[in-house]
Design a binder for this molecule. Structure first.
Ligand code: AMP
Length: 434
């Protein structure tokens, strides 16, 4: 029979790899909590309409990348391709607007996009992100950007560039779009097929087209800064002033427009040249019109989303070989010989785990010598040896694996001695069971 493989564009994070993932997720949680953000978990699937209305019909995501299906009740369901529309939906549904503002949340979870898989581009990928809703202060835009950068800095991930732009609002953007259409209409023949289509529906996307000829044309176009209304200009000035106050280095880049329709004013991306063609580590911006688009009252919001697989890639390329925090966790190993001793070992193992000391035993009927070797390879600090002689004599041998020192301990005192051992108690992985 042929082996069943994982679907194209998906990956397994298996026991040799999760170290960096765990460190990344823990860093995200700490950095977000430190800035007053709490976790939100929204469903993996939503009504398709949420993304059609929220992300926008003319976007690549909605046009061709969604995993959409009819469920058994004939409802159109979509595996979430992004996290912002679901968070805003939850904000409205649970009337979070009625509480203190801004509401600041973060999330970590899988997203699904039916894209052509290639290096750095998956069909299921994992994002972490933050959303801050209910405040329009430019300082909040800068806070959101600084959180993303802080995550990378805490991880020791370097070499990235922050690109910043404003795409204006419903006041000033139409004027800019109009002049783009006018200017580009004279060069339609030079545009790629996608951009020719975009010219009518979403001309801003021509600015970030990866096609070489489109990119040359885009460079010649006037930057949006010249078209921003007074409010958008002032807001953008506020964001850059706050970023400067944090000494956060950024580049102004008028070609950053983001692929989702809901953005207003600030947009940004963090890119890393080590990633190749798919060079975006993360990106985000302000979306003051999204709540209204989803049927709520006008609510300002700003956030970012960043890819975990891509950050892991950069960290690994930089030589980050950290092993799992799960691996090598076992502190005590009970090595036993003989049936009766094995039952005792099993009992002691569970008694120590109840005390919060991570403990393991042999499940392969290994010889005592092989059990010691296995324990050593697992990085265990203490091995308790129970054989037939020990059982008869009512004692066990406790071996310090670092010094090699062995002590006889009366059977009845073992758990007390191990739980009082200062070296082991420093390693407690769990609070003691009550
Ligand atoms: P986006 O919402 O498209 O800006 O995505 C946010 C971040 O998620 C990107 O900057 C990438 O790091 C990551 N990302 C987006 N799509 C994919 C994908 N198909 N495969 C892997 N990572 C992705």
């Amino acid at each position: 029979m042929t082996h069943i493989r994982a679907p194209r564009g998906t990956i397994d994070v298996f026991p040799e790899k999760p170290g960096i993932w765990q460190r990344l997720e823990e860093t995200v949680r700490s950095v977000c909590r430190n800035a007053g953000y709490t976790e939100i978990r929204t469903p993996i699937f939503e009504h398709t309409e949420l993304f059609q209305r929220g992300v926008g019909e003319s976007t690549d995501i909605v046009e061709k990348e969604m995993y959409t299906f009819l469920d058994k009740g004939e409802r159109s369901i979509t595996l979430r391709p992004e996290g912002t529309a679901p968070v805003v939906r939850a904000y409205l549904e649970h009337k979070m607007w009625a509480g203190p503002q801004p509401v600041k949340v973060y999330y970590i979870g899988p997203m699904f996009r039916y894209e052509r898989p290639q290096l750095g581009r998956l069909r299921q990928h994992t994002q972490f992100g933050v959303e801050a809703l209910g405040a329009s202060s430019p300082a909040l835009d800068a806070e959101v950007i600084s959180i993303l950068i802080s995550v990378y800095q805490h991880l020791g991930l370097s070499g990235f560039v922050v690109r910043l732009n404003s795409i204006g609002c419903s006041e000033c953007r139409p004027r800019y779009k109009e002049s783009l259409v006018n200017l580009l209409s004279e060069h339609v023949d030079e545009l790629c097929a996608d951009c020719r289509r975009r010219l009518r529906r979403n001309p801003l996307r021509v600015l970030d087209c990866k096609n070489e000829r489109c990119a040359i044309l885009a460079k010649e176009l006037p930057p949006i800064f010249e078209y921003l209304c007074e409010d958008c200009s002032r807001h953008f000035g506020g964001v850059t002033e706050c970023l400067k106050a944090l000494d956060l280095v950024y580049e102004l880049d008028p070609t950053i427009v983001r692929g989702l329709d809901y953005y207003t004013k600030t947009v940004f991306e963090v890119v890393h040249s080590g990633l190749g063609a798919q060079d975006a580590l993360g990106g985000g911006g302000r979306y003051d019109g999204l709540a209204e688009e989803l049927g709520g009252t006008q609510t300002p919001g700003v956030g970012f989303a960043a890819g975990i697989e891509r950050a892991v890639q950069v960290l690994q390329d930089a030589g980050d070989k950290e092993t799992s925090t799960d691996a090598g966790e076992v502190t005590v190993f009970i090595a036993a010989m003989g049936d009766e001793a094995k039952i005792e070992a099993f009992r002691i193992t569970h008694a120590l785990r109840k005390q919060g000391i991570s403990t393991d035993i042999d499940y392969l009927d290994r010889s005592l010598r092989a059990q010691m070797k296995y324990a050593d390879r697992q990085g265990v600090k203490t091995v308790v040896i129970i054989g037939e002689d020990e059982l008869k004599g009512d004692y066990v041998i406790v071996r310090d694996m670092v010094t090699g020192e062995q002590t006889r301990v009366p059977f009845g005192d073992l758990i007390k001695i191990l739980t009082q051992n200062t070296i082991l108690s420093k390693d407690l992985k769990l609070p003691r069971e009550k």
